[in-house]
Design a protein. Structure first.
Length: 159
């Protein structure tokens, strides 16, 4: 798979760990940075990775900020992105199997390098199960479409 990785300045080291784990699993990883010591606001790289995955340029995305929360929120603003922030492997695995998540975010101030690798491995080795979960993922996609319609027609009544 083609994976894109990025972080803010707090997540540089952990992003490298996660990208290395993905490479060990045989995936092609493009690292968008930042470089150590370079300041980057997390919404910038969260949205950047989200856009690249949503456009199909990459299959999946890896993100890191201090908590993983802000950067995942930014990625989730992109239509078609299902970004999850995970602090342990079980949720990471189930987010792929049940929610077909396509972006994984981790907090550099929350987990250490070993756990980040375990989370990344669990996420990347899990596969979407489809079935009853496909219907639920479609409901999430429908919410994306509704949000887009709300933006395009602001006079539309709120449901």
């Amino acid at each position: 798979m083609r994976i894109v990785a990025a972080s803010d300045h707090a997540g540089v080291e952990l992003r490298h760990e996660m990208a290395d784990e993905a490479r060990l699993l045989g995936h092609e990883v493009t690292d968008l940075g930042p470089a150590p010591g370079e300041a980057v606001d997390y919404p910038v790289n969260g949205a950047r990775v989200g856009r690249l995955v949503a456009a199909g340029e990459y299959d999946l995305g890896l993100l890191v900020c201090g908590t993983g929360v802000g950067i995942s929120i930014a990625a989730n603003k992109v239509h078609g992105i299902r970004a999850v922030v995970c602090s342990e492997p079980f949720s990471a695995e189930l987010s792929r199997r049940h929610n077909d998540s396509n972006v994984l975010a981790v907090g550099a101030r929350v987990v250490g390098p070993g756990l980040a690798r375990m989370i990344t491995r669990a996420w990347l080795t899990a596969e979407f199960e489809g079935g009853r979960h496909a219907r639920r993922v479609q409901l999430i996609s429908d919410l994306d479409a509704e949000r887009e319609a709300d933006v395009l027609t602001p006079d539309r009544a709120v449901k």
